[in-house]
Design a protein around this ligand. Structure first.
Ligand SMILES: [Fe+2]
Length: 259
């Protein structure tokens, strides 16, 4: 297996992820042993809680981590990114957004964190700002947002998916570690075909399950082996390599203009 994990707090000393280089390397060894071959390093860009994350230095931090991982003999490719909170998405200058975006030029995308409090109007505003700037959006752990199934969350999420949003579900949600509501919602997103990929949202030291377990949890949740392969390997690899196509809303405008 060659799993691709697009959401992991592997870089040490930045947020609530790895505390030290020892923690980061220990976790990297587990990732390697469990077949994870590509890992996006996605520290929180959430200045209310983690004001010290140095957006302009993240590329160099990832390069430093790559040297350490390679030096330890681990066959893991690291990729620079971030998990962007929606209040920051509304305010961050465009050059900083570009620094944390992933994918090839013209097909860039951002990992946007779904708020635990629920998908509110501010989240939709942040979504529209980023999409208006030309970014594709991978929405991190929508199943953890309050009221996804029990409130109007799914009703708010579906229009975003129709506009091109891709959904990333957490391994730990399928495992039940984020509570029954999040587990039910994760299973629902998988079974309805709404989930685009699974990721660990790994936090070395506190949340260490990898996509190897995630693959088996997908099967247990009712996914076929083909769907589990797509969610843990093919789809996230596609995002890394090819990025996203233009948002659907822009495509519609372009078609209307061409008519
Ligand atoms: Fe995260």
């Amino acid at each position: 297996m060659s799993y691709v994990d697009l959401h992991c707090h592997l870089l040490p000393g930045l947020d609530d992820g790895a505390a030290t280089w020892d923690d980061a390397l220990r976790h990297a060894r587990r990732l390697h042993a469990e077949g994870v071959r590509d890992v996006a390093c996605t520290p929180h860009v959430k200045r209310d809680e983690f004001p010290g994350v140095p957006i302009r230095e993240l590329d160099e931090r990832v390069a430093e981590a790559q040297r350490a991982v390679t030096g330890a003999g681990l066959a893991i490719r690291l990729h620079a990114g971030a998990e962007l909170a929606h209040p920051d998405a509304l305010l961050l200058p465009e050059p900083d957004l570009e620094r944390i975006a992933q994918g090839p030029r013209g097909r860039r995308w951002l990992l946007l964190e779904c708020p635990f409090e629920g998908l509110d109007d501010d989240f939709a505003l942040a979504f529209r700002r980023l999409q208006g700037l030309g970014y594709g959006l991978l929405l991190a752990h929508p199943e953890r947002s309050a009221g996804l199934l029990t409130g109007d969350g799914l009703g708010r999420l579906r229009p975003l998916v129709a506009q091109g949003a891709l959904l990333q579900v957490n391994v730990c949600s399928l495992l039940g570690n984020h509570g029954l509501d999040a587990q039910d919602a994760a299973v629902c997103l998988v079974r309805e075909g709404l989930a685009f990929c699974l990721a660990s949202d790994g936090h070395p030291g506190s949340r260490e399950q990898t996509l190897q377990l995630g693959f088996h949890l997908l099967l247990r949740a009712g996914a076929s082996s083909t769907q589990a392969y797509r969610l843990t390997q093919a789809n996230p690899r596609l995002l890394l390599r090819d990025g996203v196509t233009r948002p659907l809303v822009d495509l519609e405008r372009a078609l209307a203009a061409a008519a």
